[in-house]
Design a protein. Structure first.
Length: 66
């Protein structure tokens, strides 16, 4: 697998994590109460932070040689 293809998959995974985080936050605010709301919210924020770090890695690692 080439470096460019690997970076594409990492970015796609980060986008998936962001999508999952948004859906989780929305679900926890609309439907959950108590400790379950806190757990789902914390997990969603961890997913969002992880996705942000992955995207920063992809963006700042520069272009790949052809």
């Amino acid at each position: 697998m080439s470096e460019g293809l690997l970076k594409m998959w990492i970015a796609l995974g980060a986008i998936g994590l962001m999508f999952f985080a948004v859906i989780s936050i929305t679900f926890s605010r609309m439907k959950l109460n108590g400790i379950f709301k806190l757990i789902v919210t914390l997990f969603a924020y961890v997913c969002m932070i992880t996705a942000g770090i992955l995207i920063l890695f992809v963006v700042f690692s520069g272009p790949v040689p052809v």
